[in-house]
Write a protein that binds this ligand. Structure first.
Ligand code: SF4
Length: 193
């Protein structure tokens, strides 16, 4: 039997009337449906990584951190208790869930060797080892003890450091200590958290 749009509306109206006559109130059911998405989720407070405004976000992860549950991000929204954004997010921050669940998201370090066009995956241990070797080599080659006037400067002009907007005060304190100890003077960070 073909069902027209008019037939469908009649049946729907009759169903609604029946629900009223027999004392069904569908409002709690609809409210329950709206709540279910994050009802059993774990809330994690974090910072939007996109710009230096550093808006606070709440990341909802499926499960209660039980051992037999695989964590899965299911929703991201602005943190209403955060003093910077008070729950609001710009369109870019509002799409953060798509960044987290994106199949193109990089989850391991990569390196592009000199002369190559392709990036290759390397382990974290190898990445840290190679970075350490390059820092040592660059510092040895570019460290300046005295400037052109003979004044002691002890600076390393061959390296720079830049940090991201989710870096905390504590992290940046350690970064400045480490970089200054190497003599790095080109040091910047957009973090405001
Ligand atoms: S939500 Fe928008 S304004 Fe806020 S930190 Fe993210 S990108 Fe910047």
């Amino acid at each position: 039997m073909d069902t027209t749009r008019r037939d469908f509306l009649k049946v729907a109206a009759a169903g609604g009337a029946a629900a009223t006559v027999f004392g069904f109130d569908l409002a709690p059911a609809y409210a329950q449906l709206r709540e279910l998405k994050i009802a059993r989720a774990t809330e994690t407070r974090s910072t939007c990584p996109y710009c230096s405004v550093s808006c606070g976000v709440i990341i909802y992860t499926l499960g209660d951190r039980a051992k037999n549950v695989t964590p899965q991000v299911i929703h991201v929204e602005g943190d209403p208790d955060h003093p910077i954004n008070r729950g609001t997010l710009c369109p870019k921050g509002a799409s953060l869930e798509q960044d987290i669940l994106n199949p193109r998201r990089l989850t391991k370090p990569q390196v592009r060797r000199p002369g190559k066009t392709e990036w290759e995956d390397i382990s974290w241990d190898n990445a840290i080892g190679e970075i350490a070797q390059r820092v040592k080599k660059t510092r040895d080659e570019t460290f300046v003890e005295k400037d052109a006037s003979g004044r002691t400067v002890n600076r390393c002009e061959g390296m720079a450091f830049t940090g991201g907007c989710t870096d905390t005060n504590e992290f940046n304190y350690l970064v400045v200590k480490a970089m200054r100890s190497l003599g790095v003077c080109y040091l910047e960070n957009q973090a405001r958290v």
